[in-house]
Ligand binder design. Structure first.
Ligand SMILES: *Cc1c(COP(=O)(O)O)cnc(C)c1O
Length: 428
């Protein structure tokens, strides 16, 4: 039998770091990554037969849990009819209707194959539509790995982008301005100085890639206002929050409509899909109607579209967002009870089924600048203590957990109990 360690060794010889996406390598927590063979509802099984409660849910797509029977049936039936055509198919029209019908202000969407592709294309569209080059992002927000979005903040005031990856030209990164989250003054100052040169601001309205840095609604309203006033397009990156926090994503949750929105994760029903969309007028800039080019061999893939559509239908039918909110509230309550007498600082920060366990003392952080990086070291032993108790957390202190409709109240209790034991076992 192949063990995790054996497979990891073979993988490392062939694939950089042994993984096809960096954080899977357990770099922040140490140890050997688990090679997974099977998912069953809220559980995953590795090559050694170990079974874990899955609190990661593939980083967000699995809002129904693993292998929902209806989704699997749709995938099997569709695949038997042909896995790709490179020509239009009914499923992409139906999924487009579902996405456009769900999201505030959306009139058209274009499907791509990943969230990175969606944000990259939305930025290109924004530049093409406005004729401006500058874009603004917020430090701590992740938008996939397109060059102009792989830019982090330096400290200090408005920072001209420094690439946070080798291979991104400085000249290119200089077109990305990085602002801190939760800072209206810097936002207003930037727009007063050069708002008319900025093509777009891209933000995760519910920033969930660096802990969960919840913004005040007022900050998002100010962002909406300054962008509108200066002809800058506001892009909500809803790759995590879309169909997760509400049917209409963060736009519905906050009652704020962006000019463009990007999607991924959930809309593929577990297969590789991304999408970006906006008003008909804006989307008319995209080829073949307009001059902004964007294409994809596997875009609108029939199997992936059908899996996404099946997922949307189930979410609607099951009143998913109400149930997930209840489950999230239960988790908060159970963790609260389990950790009531624990002396380590902890906090559950949560929107619906997006949950972050913060071990930082003091107020809930709202920007990357105030994150305490030291908690990372304390997280590693906790992560392994949870694995020992059959619970799989995302392998970093700054990644959020996701609940699915497959998680039960018993799973939540198991999680809370394991968390208490693990914190007590690893407290210095
Ligand atoms: C995951 C993610 C992306 C990138 O999506 P991929 O499918 O991994 O390329 C973009 N934006 C946000 C907010 C994400 O969480």
């Amino acid at each position: 039998m192949s063990t995790n360690a054996e497979l990891y060794e073979r993988a490392r010889a062939l694939i950089p770091g042994g993984v096809n996406s960096p954080v899977r390598a357990f770099g922040a927590v140490g140890g050997t990554p688990k090679f997974l063979t099977r998912g069953e509802g809220a559980y995953i099984v590795d090559e050694e037969g170990a079974r874990y409660l899955d609190m990661m849910c593939s980083w967000g797509p699995l809002i129904l849990g693993h292998c929902h029977p209806e989704v699997i049936e749709v995938i099997q039936n569709k695949a038997a009819l042909g896995t790709t055509f490179g020509a239009p198919c009914r499923a992409e029209v139906e999924l487009a209707e579902a996405v456009v019908g769900a999201y505030p202000g959306l009139e058209q969407v274009r499907f791509v194959s990943s969230g990175s592709e969606a944000t990259m294309s939305a930025i290109r569209l924004a530049r093409g539509a406005t004729g401006r080059d500058l874009i603004v992002k917020f430090s701590g927000c992740y938008h996939g790995h397109a060059d102009h979005l792989l830019v982090a903040a330096g400290s200090g005031l408005v920072t001209a982008g420094q690439p946070s990856s080798a291979g991104v030209p400085k000249a290119f990164a200089a077109l990305t301005i990085v602002l801190p989250l939760n800072d209206e003054e810097k936002l207003k100052a930037l727009f007063a100085a050069q708002g008319d040169r900025i093509a777009a601001v891209i933000i995760e309205p519910i920033p969930a890639n660096n802990g969960l840095l919840l913004q005040h609604k007022e900050f998002l309203l100010t962002l909406r206002k300054v962008t509108r006033d200066s002809g800058t397009l506001l892009i909500f990156d809803e790759v995590i929050s879309g169909f997760r926090v509400a049917k209409g994503g963060a736009a519905e949750y906050y009652g704020i409509t962006p000019d463009l929105a990007t999607f991924g994760k959930i809309i593929g029903g577990g297969l590789p899909v991304g999408a970006y969309g906006g008003s008909k007028h804006l989307m008319s800039h995209i080829a073949p109607e307009g001059p902004v080019y964007q294409a994809g061999t596997l875009s609108g893939n029939p199997v992936a579209m059908a899996a996404g559509l099946a997922t949307m239908r189930i979410l609607d039918r099951e009143k998913a967002w109400t149930k997930l909110e209840e489950l999230g509230a239960l988790l908060e309550k159970e963790v609260g009870a389990a950790l009531a007498d624990v002396s380590t600082p902890w906090k559950v920060i949560r929107v619906g089924s997006i949950v972050w366990l913060s071990f930082q003392a003091g107020e809930a952080p709202r920007s990357a600048e105030v994150l305490d990086q030291n908690v990372g070291a304390r997280f590693a032993p906790l992560f392994h203590a949870m694995l020992d108790r059959g619970v799989y957390l995302p392998p970093s202190a700054f990644e959020v957990m996701f609940l699915s409709l497959a998680h039960t109240p018993e799973d939540i209790s198991k999680f809370a109990k394991a968390l208490r034991e693990s914190i007590l076992a690893t407290a210095a």
